[in-house]
Write a protein that binds this ligand. Structure first.
Ligand code: FEO
Length: 572
């Protein structure tokens, strides 16, 4: 194993290892990355994995993130004359894997780029210069010689519509890019420690794959048709060699249970149009936070009978406006309209592709058919920002909370009255948590807050999983814990108890000043503490967030903390 380190800090490193005959992995280790999208926090960094397969011809599978430009090319040129590479296989065009494609093509303009039709289209927009290409379909083969016959498996929506897997019949390695990956950075090339990687493997599945559970099952079916898979060479994290059956089995089980979920919301859009993929994923994240399953459907390619069946069993539907000129998508949209039922929830988002129809006629049709409009239309006026993605996430949560409202009320009534009352005798203080990440700000009234340790100074806070602020309280995130004062808390409590529209500014009309960590300190709070999330414990419908406290102040030394006395303990 060879390791190349970038000085002065050992935070971006490269790892090179022979993983099979004629096959080398170049893993770009990004130790400190703490976010993918605004809603997806990383606890253990990530890696971007690239592979070199040397038969008579040479193929490079994926590249790396552009932040690794120097390290990646130093490593690659140490292994091979880049100009001698024959094929560049693009599993998926998201920039964490294709960030250096343009550079490779500049060095080796004769290389043939191999990918799905959609991937090649995406690349044309990324590269802006002509390049040799080979579009592959499911089952197509490419013979590199020396027995390395590559077979391609189309795996759309894992995690973009462009994805392909590549199976090398000689080494029996399946290259899957995002699928079966995890954001986990360590020196371990392989899945040696199953216990250590399991939480991130599952979290990654939930964030990226669960909304496309049906596509996962289709890909698994195609994988079953391959001969024995010895290793799954993923694009993120360790390669799967020791636990292939176990981990693919988990994908199968999780996806089967997603597709059989009690409550499902369908997200219908044209996947490679405008910003639709990212917006749809942010909406799905917000829905999944509530425990409701999602099914993402590409209106351009869906089977109309399956579409009709799906719409019929969905509790809610979300439409990403398809291009007016795409006949197949418009026909599918007509099928959705014909299959919806009264009392389903509906939401619409623009996709910003430039050929969108106006949204309001469609919304009015849904309204006239008796559907409940769960959130205001998400309009795209410019390149989407983190704030817009957060708004999508919150819109998804709002819709999911609406479709599960009856179930929530039933659960509330199901506890024994005595137990409810007894539990209600547990009281807490009143606090407002405020957080800021980039341009995104949020706040939450909290009372399940308690000191949890002396060394280090630490507190624990219970946060409901479907809270908007939850995505700003990932491990490593900083925030402010504001303590409310007895006799002087009503105004703040009333303000922050309000139901805010998705993406609304929680601080409008509230006096604040920024803490050192950037989060707002409430001017009328009795005290505040600056905190950093150290760990999170899954506690059913809440996260128990344990945080260290590293700064703080009291505004009135004689002030007393406001206390919250409740009547029952089975809801807020
Ligand atoms: Fe790892 Fe979807 O990119």
């Amino acid at each position: 194993m060879v390791t190349v380190t970038q000085t002065p800090q050992k935070r971006l490193t490269m790892q090179v290892e022979e993983i099979a005959v004629d096959t080398t992995t170049m893993r770009s280790l990004d130790w400190d990355r703490d976010r993918f999208d605004i809603e997806y926090g990383l606890q253990n960094g990530t890696t971007y994995n690239s592979f070199l397969i040397r038969g008579e011809k040479v193929a490079l599978v994926d590249t790396s993130h552009e932040k690794f430009r120097q390290l990646y090319f130093d490593t690659l040129t140490g292994l091979i004359d880049i100009a001698s590479i024959d094929y560049l296989i693009i599993s998926h065009t998201e920039p964490d894997h294709s960030g250096l494609v343009r550079d490779v093509l500049q060095i080796a303009p004769e290389i043939t780029v191999v990918g799905s039709k959609v991937a090649i289209q995406f690349l044309e927009n990324l590269v802006h210069t002509p390049f040799k290409r080979q579009i592959v379909k499911n089952g197509d083969r490419l013979d590199l010689g020396h027995g390395h016959e590559l077979e391609f498996v189309i795996a759309p929506n894992l995690h973009w519509p462009d994805t392909i897997f590549t199976f090398d019949h000689k080494t029996q390695i399946l290259y899957t890019c995002d699928a079966f990956g995890l954001h986990y950075c360590s020196d371990d090339t392989f899945d040696t420690n199953l216990e250590a990687i399991s939480p991130d493997f599952q979290y990654y599945y939930e964030c990226l794959m669960a909304p496309n559970a049906r596509s996962v099952l289709s890909a698994l079916k195609r994988m079953d048709e391959l001969t024995h898979i010895e290793m799954i060479a993923t694009g993120h994290g360790p390669l799967l060699r020791n636990h292939v059956q176990e981990l693919t089995g988990r994908y199968r089980r999780w996806s089967q249970s997603q597709t059989k979920a009690e409550t499902t919301v369908g997200i219908f859009y044209v996947s490679e149009y405008g910003y639709s993929d990212n917006l749809a994923h942010a909406l799905a994240t917000g829905i999944n936070k509530t425990g409701v399953a999602t099914e993402m459907v590409d209106l351009k390619t869906v089977d109309l009978q399956e579409l009709q069946e799906l719409v019929g069993r969905c509790a809610g539907i979300i439409i990403g406006m398809p291009p007016a000129s795409n006949q197949a998508a418009q026909t599918a949209l007509g099928t959705v309209l014909g299959a919806v039922k009264e009392k389903q929830a509906v939401g619409i988002f623009e996709t910003g592709g430039g050929d969108d129809e106006p949204t309001y006629p469609l919304l009015n049709k849904f309204r006239s058919l008796g559907l409940h409009v769960a959130f205001p239309v998400i309009e795209i006026r410019e390149t989407p920002t983190d704030n817009l993605y957060k708004r999508c996430e919150e819109s998804g949560t709002d819709l999911a909370q609406w479709v599960t409202r009856d179930k929530s009320i039933k659960q509330m009534k199901s506890l024994g009255a005595d137990l409810d009352k007894a539990l209600g005798r547990i009281s807490g203080g009143l606090y407002i948590i405020t957080a800021k990440k980039g341009d995104v700000k949020s706040a939450m009234l909290a009372s399940w807050v308690t000191q949890a340790s002396f060394k280090p100074l630490g507190v624990s806070i219970a946060v409901a999983k479907d809270r908007a602020i939850e995505s700003l309280m990932q491990v490593g995130d900083k925030f402010v814990l504001n303590v409310l004062e007895e006799g002087n808390y009503q105004g703040l409590m009333k303000h922050f108890l309000k139901r805010f529209a998705p993406g609304a500014d929680r601080f409008e009309g509230v006096r604040t000043q920024p803490a050192e960590n950037g989060a707002p300190i409430l001017a009328d709070a009795l005290a505040y503490m600056e905190c950093e999330v150290a760990s999170r414990l899954d506690a059913g419908d809440h996260w128990i967030v344990y945080c260290t406290v590293y700064a703080g102040r009291v505004s009135k030394p004689e002030g007393v903390t406001a206390v919250h006395h409740r009547k029952v303990g089975n809801h807020y």
